[in-house]
Design a protein around this ligand. Structure first.
Ligand SMILES: Nc1ncnc2c1ncn2[C@@H]1O[C@H](COP(=O)(O)OP(=O)(O)OP(=O)(O)O)[C@@H](O)[C@H]1O
Ligand SMILES: [Mg+2]
Length: 462
């Protein structure tokens, strides 16, 4: 704020500065990242799926794509970014605001339930109804706790818990958490208490039958709380996304003349954490004209206990109307920026044990050029030494078996220093992901591929 004798001028404080270092700092995009951003800015693809290993810059691509799309002409209000958690949404929201240096009429980065709830609130307002309520996890826990405590004191009907769930367990927080997860997964799939009980009988899970009885009570209490005219509808987080999808589909009939919430670009970071309900909402938004950018890595899903379905990542590239099918063009990020060679090696070893859920191309990501020398020597577990020059005989430096006098083919060639490589590695350097370099089963095959993750053929033996 500045003052003078005659005038008083209010000056808006500057938006948060773009950090110069660390997460959020602008980076020079690599070729695979730039390809995504250019495609999104061009706006020709109805849907783009980006696969990227951990630290490959998926969130960076989301950020830069949003900035590029807005610079190419979209209004910030036309863009919706869905993040996997409230914390991730808040972090990305700050980064986007810092890059755009402008504000938006509605929150640009949200979780899927928050975006869905905003749709339902807009609908209630258009209909002149009281604002709805999003039931929080803490509130759900309280309600279930009250119901269970009542049953522990002998109130109401006997829920008939199986013998291995004694009454003492009902009061435990961990038990309520498990129960809440079960009920919310049922809600997400549109199962009524009767459906859940039927599934319990069909699959011989008596606990599901008991939980179904409690679910019925839970729904009754929720309905009761919303039954006075001054209170709006109450939505569990597990159903709010589907409710919003339904509200959007029926919008023109329910609230004619009121424009429906609409976005021209919808971006999902960490699509591996999306639920089936989020996929249904994306389908409705895409049918309404939104372009989609879905970014994810099915190997690193952590919210499956909350209904995340990592298989949706691979399905997004399928053209069709089935669950999660969005006909997306697939692009792959091919370098990992966050991890050094050791961590990358660990990630590679772990992910190769994770069952593939349809998408594996991102597992081939390598470290950017500046760190490959370290990576090569460490991943080969050979002592670090000066790299041989391009004309250095292989046998002299790295191999026990290759004939003296052989030279490295590529120039300049940071040679593989693994004693096991024996000079057969045609790639100028050892790949951390190249399990064949150490695998007995394929090591001696003349033309075998290193592995599915490393498409470089071995050189023929000479
Ligand atoms: N082209 C690049 N040049 C330099 N640094 C980069 C580049 N791309 C990303 N980074 C940096 O790499 C780190 C990881 O980026 P980012 O968080 O976008 O990756 P991610 O794939 O979303 O990671 P996560 O697996 O944690 O979700 C960040 O510090 C980011 O600034
Ligand atoms: Mg990320």
């Amino acid at each position: 704020m500045t003052t003078s004798a005659a005038t008083l001028r209010l000056v808006r404080p500057a938006l948060a500065d773009v950090p110069l270092r660390g997460p959020g700092a602008p980076v020079a995009l690599d070729a695979s990242q730039a390809a995504v951003v250019d495609r999104v800015a061009a706006g020709a693809d109805p849907a783009v799926l980006v696969l990227g290993a951990p630290g490959s810059g998926r969130t960076t691509v989301v950020l830069e794509s949003v900035v590029a799309a807005i610079e190419a002409g979209l209004a910030p209000e036309d863009v919706l970014v869905l993040a996997a958690s409230r914390r991730a949404a808040a972090d990305l929201r700050d980064r986007v605001s810092a890059r755009l240096r402008r504000t938006s009429g509605r929150a640009l980065v949200q979780t899927a339930p928050a975006a869905a709830f905003a749709v339902l609130r807009a609908r209630a307002s258009a209909l002149g109804e009281p604002a709805p309520t999003l039931v929080s996890g803490a509130e759900q826990d309280l309600l279930l706790g009250e119901l269970l405590a009542g049953h522990a004191e002998g109130d109401g009907v006997d829920l008939g818990w199986p013998a291995h769930i004694p009454a003492d367990a009902w009061t435990l927080r961990a038990f309520r958490d498990e129960l809440r997860d079960l009920l919310m997964r049922a809600a997400e799939r549109g199962l009524t208490p009767a459906d859940l009980a039927d599934l319990g009988v069909a699959h011989d899970r008596p606990a599901w039958v008991s939980a179904a009885r409690l679910y019925e009570e839970y729904l009754d209490v929720n309905e009761l709380r919303a039954s006075t005219p001054d209170v709006g509808a109450r939505f569990d987080p597990a159903v709010v996304v589907d409710e919003a999808a339904r509200a959007l589909l029926a919008w023109d009939d329910d609230v004619p003349g009121v424009p429906r919430p609409r976005w021209r670009l919808v971006v999902v970071d960490d699509h591996q954490e999306s639920t089936a309900a989020t996929a249904r909402l994306l389908r409705v938004l895409a049918d309404d004209g939104a372009r989609l950018l879905l970014v994810g890595d099915p190997d690193v899903a952590v919210q499956t206990f909350r209904g995340a379905s990592p298989a949706l990542v691979a399905r997004a590239s399928v053209l069709g109307r089935g669950p999660g099918e969005l006909g997306a063009t697939t692009l792959v990020l091919d370098a990992t920026w966050r991890h050094g060679p050791v961590l990358r090696d660990v990630v590679t070893r772990i992910t190769e044990r994770v069952g593939a859920s349809g998408a594996v191309a991102h597992r081939r990501a390598t470290l950017p050029a500046r760190s490959t020398g370290t990576r090569a020597s460490r991943s080969c577990r050979a002592p670090r030494r000066r790299r041989p020059s391009s004309r250095t005989p292989c046998a002299a430096r790295t191999s026990r078996t290759a004939s003296p006098g052989r030279t490295w083919r590529s120039s300049p060639a940071p040679a593989c220093t693994s004693p096991r490589c024996a000079g057969r590695c045609r790639r100028p350097r050892c790949l951390s992901a190249c399990s064949a370099a150490t695998s007995r089963s394929v090591r001696n095959r003349p033309y075998a591929l290193c592995s599915t993750r490393c498409a470089w053929p071995w050189a023929p033996r000479r």
